[in-house]
Design a protein around this ligand. Structure first.
Ligand SMILES: Cc1ncc(COP(=O)(O)O)c(C=O)c1O
Ligand SMILES: N[C@@H](CCCC[NH3+])C(=O)O
Length: 437
């Protein structure tokens, strides 16, 4: 990763990005050793670009944070499910957390060993559960008594042992965006300790079904450790109780949720996260599962887009780009802040700074990437990069307005590969038939 000779830029946020694989050299944005413009020249825009080195560095930070105890880092596939990213992480020794049959399919295709897969989710269907058990998945986080009954039935029919971890909803506020809080009692996820206690007792009567763990996932983009510490304590004391009742609890699954820096927030590092939790975890002598998604891929990806037009309505300036909320819905859905910077910096003082909304092509006023952003007056054809877009970017893409999905590119050192082709119009109508009744 080149980090020498960086130019000073007009915007101080540039300095922040020099801490990742994305950096400016002679006013040009690079990922690892590749200029973004070289990728765009070959692949076009909009394009998601990921750094393999950054992903691996983030993954190893989690591994190191828990190295003093048995653990498995199960990357949450929902954050970014591209097959090449999954294969990269598989090669590095990661397991995965999946939330659907589709994610199971991807994980297996990417070479993740079934015994390294954890299956979470509030609404797993019978077919999905059967597929997971037949594939050899050995950790299912269970979220309701009805799901439990269904799993008991499937275990009998398949004559397969099943290993379950009730997902505890500890009623603790993760203090993040309300749409991504998942551990309050009014949320749909998991069950109370009381309900889990009843479920575990019931499990004794179901042959082939074993309660071997306890799990949680209380929210996403958490910037405070206190809720995670408190929730881990709840799980730890439940584990002690279950063991006293004779259950052989081997696993504690802490879920994901560690936040990252998008703007001015400060998020704990994986090391700080590990250090805060290890005193609770060590005495349990459990295998620890962590399920980070965003913290592994978030800062390892950008979305590059091209300026189509600029215009002014009344006193407002707009920069209209060739990407849209269909490529990255986070600003529209959560009012999430993502830094947007020109791919080529200018030191030319004659280029005026403007304050503009950076907006997409879709017919929704929520279709924006940034509001009132200060940047050197963009010109049609200029490239802009939306930073920290590796998590919940492409994986939440849609086809609204019949927009083909963007291409995805993976970079490693001086080399890059298209890891997902840009969609065509034909892709958009695949599976549709015209019937005139
Ligand atoms: C069960 C489960 N595990 C892990 C994650 C990953 O979360 P994050 O990307 O916030 O680390 C999620 C999503 O929030 C989840 O629902
Ligand atoms: N999609 C969310 C995170 C939800 C995590 C899934 N439980 C985001 O973009 O921040």
């Amino acid at each position: 990763m080149r980090k020498e000779n960086r130019v000073s830029c007009r915007n101080p946020v540039f300095l922040f990005y020099t801490m990742t694989a994305f950096h400016f050299l002679d006013q040009i944005l690079y990922v690892e050793d590749v200029p973004i413009r070289d990728i765009v020249a070959q692949v076009g825009t909009p394009v998601y670009i990921y750094s393999a080195q950054q992903i691996l560095e983030n993954f190893h930070q989690f591994d190191q944070a828990f190295q003093s105890i048995p653990h498995l880092t199960c990357y949450a596939v929902k954050a970014n499910s591209n097959l090449s990213l999954l294969a990269l992480l598989a090669q590095a020794g990661a397991g995965v957390d999946i939330g659907s049959g589709g994610e199971l399919y991807r994980a297996l295709k990417a070479g993740i060993a079934p015994e390294k897969i954890t299956y979470s989710g509030v609404g797993k269907t019978e077919q999905e559960l059967v597929e997971a058990l037949q594939a050899g998945v050995q950790r299912i986080n269970i979220e309701s008594s009805q799901e439990f009954e269904l799993i008991c039935k499937i275990a009998r029919e398949l004559n397969t042992p099943v290993y379950l971890s009730p997902r505890i909803n500890p009623d603790i506020d993760a203090q993040t965006h309300p749409y991504i809080v998942t551990g309050l009692k009014e949320n749909k996820f998991g069950m109370s300790v009381e309900q889990a206690r009843t479920l575990c007792r019931h499990a004794r009567e179901c042959s082939g079904v074993h309660i071997t763990g306890v799990s949680m996932h209380i929210g996403s983009q958490m910037t405070l450790l206190a809720p995670l510490i408190e929730a881990t304590e709840v799980l730890a004391s439940f584990i002690q109780e279950l063991r006293q009742d004779g259950f052989q609890i081997e696993t504690i699954d802490l879920g994901g949720g560690l936040g990252i820096r998008y703007h001015q927030e400060t998020a704990p590092t994986p090391e700080e996260y590990g250090s805060a939790l290890l005193p609770i975890l060590q005495p349990l002598r459990c295998r620890v599962i962590v399920e980070p998604g965003r913290a592994i891929v978030g800062n390892a990806g950008i979305l590059v887009m091209k300026v189509l037009y600029t215009k002014q309505n009344a006193s407002k300036y707009f920069t209209i780009v060739d990407a849209a909320m269909t490529d990255c819905i986070r600003p529209a859905l959560y009012h999430a802040y993502h830094e947007v910077l020109p791919v080529h910096q200018t030191h030319d003082a004659s280029v005026p700074m403007v304050t503009a909304d950076i907006v997409g092509q879709v017919c929704e006023s929520a279709d924006f990437f940034g509001k009132n952003r200060q940047l050197p007056q963009p010109q049609p054809g200029d490239l802009l990069a939306l930073f920290t877009a590796g998590a919940y970017g492409f994986s939440m893409a849609s086809h609204y307005n019949s927009r083909p999905n963007a291409a995805e590119v993976l970079v490693h050192k001086g080399d890059f590969r298209i890891v997902r082709q840009r969609e065509t119009y034909a892709d958009l109508i695949r599976g549709e038939d015209i019937h005139l009744l």
